[in-house]
Design a protein. Sequence first.
Length: 550
Amino acid sequence: MPEHQVDAFFTTANAGQGAEQTGFVVQGDRAARFGWGSHRMLDGALALARRWPDLPAAFRSGFDATLTTPLDDPWTIVFRGTQCLRLHPLDETVAEVTTIAARFPGLPAVFASGVDAALPGSSGNQAFLFRGNQCVLYDMRAHAVVETKTLAEMWPGLQAKAPEFVNGISAATYDPSKGEFHLFRGAHYAKGVLATRTVTTDAAVVDESSWPGLVPTFARGHVYAQDGYANHSTVESVDVETGKVTFSHKVRGSYLTRHAIAVSPDGRYVYIRSVSTWMCFDTTSNLLLAETPVTEDTYASSNVGFSPDGLHIHGIIRTFDPSVFHLDTFRVGTAERTRRIEVRGTDLFDDPAEAAETGGLALWDTPILTAPGGRYLYFGGSLDGDAVVIEVDDEASRVRQAFRIPNSTKFEDLAISSDGLFVHVATQTDVVTVDVRNGSIRCRGVLPHCRNVALTPDGQSLYCLPDAEKSGVLVADPVDHRVRHRIPVSAQGGLGSPRGIAFDFAGTYAFVGDPESISVSVIDTDEHVLDRTMPMTLKIGPGAVAFTIY
């Protein structure tokens, strides 16, 4: 984890017509946007040099502090070492590169040598500059220091509410809509009222409840990949920042499966499928926490999916009766099963005549996905040679309906739209989009037979991995399936034949297995190019890929 979760944070109230008040969070050499209205991260962490290409070299490795005043908004003063400049974050303009001493004449020498954080003053002409345990209130019109005090003296309540903060902070930002300021230090923050300079809240952890998405947006994370070597596969994780393999575990079974690894919504747990069980590992320590039990009717396990709150997993068990499957639910990190739903091919349709004609149901290498809202689960299979998508009512604990895809020649993969109204189904014939409200097919026949399909986290692009060799990665429109981009991903050059796909938290990067070079290819989803490859030590190329922020 970084020393500080936030190195700089500035807010522009003038983010454009109709746009919400926008903050820019900086950590190291990357920045991401934060929406104050929606209180969530608005995009992924991009390199400073990429987000603002005109930045001088000295500013591309990080910002020390930033200052946006109401009179100059959205122009922002950026501090780095002894230098500062003016940045227009919306049109990417950079102006007036100079020294801190020249822009703020009369500052004490310690501030002229560098600033840790900055805030606008309650008057439009004033600004607070922070350095170590000192704070200056500076009049930018008169070019004079108004007062200099310790942080404890300048900010009443700081000593009591956040005692560590009196020694210094890493960043500060102002929320104009509420008149509140936020101070950051390490992994914590505190806030208060700018008009009175009063700190009103105790120091709290920067996490998903306080700053949704901030920590995972900047997490470099790890990628898990599994090979399909005989009946004893290996799962490895690789550090995305260093490219080094940090974890390896042999697994019995899971031959050539593409969904054998599942990561919890918070990234804390990873489940790995074995031949008849699921193993749960803590991603922060790589310790095995639990393995689900094998019951007497268990023939083989399929894959698992997490509940939206990350407290439970759902997994499919194939029994010795080929017509019967179990959808089991376990408490995460334990061997405690909390529910079992029986799934039979004959129970999938309300029409007795259709049910009577139903033949064999096969559920094997399918993801188990939860629609937005958390009530309905979806997984796929093959029924009488056609692909079928099964919908389970999680609240009622029963199979609700099924969508048979005619002339589809078996199921391959599944993705759910961000509004939960459509499922994108990869079959051995083509890719089909089904409206779950009525079962109608919205689009099919445009994309080829694909082994994997996945939507970007924002739901705006459908990534498809064709079954045909050396076809690269297709990026398609989720509505009409028109191919927007074809991305070469082979480490050896050329299109490559990728297998398995995952995105980082914000969708800035996609990760796909490259069997030819036994590596994981990293795709820049904004530029639609291969960013780099990460070699693995697996015996054969990865077939399943997953990402965790830890």
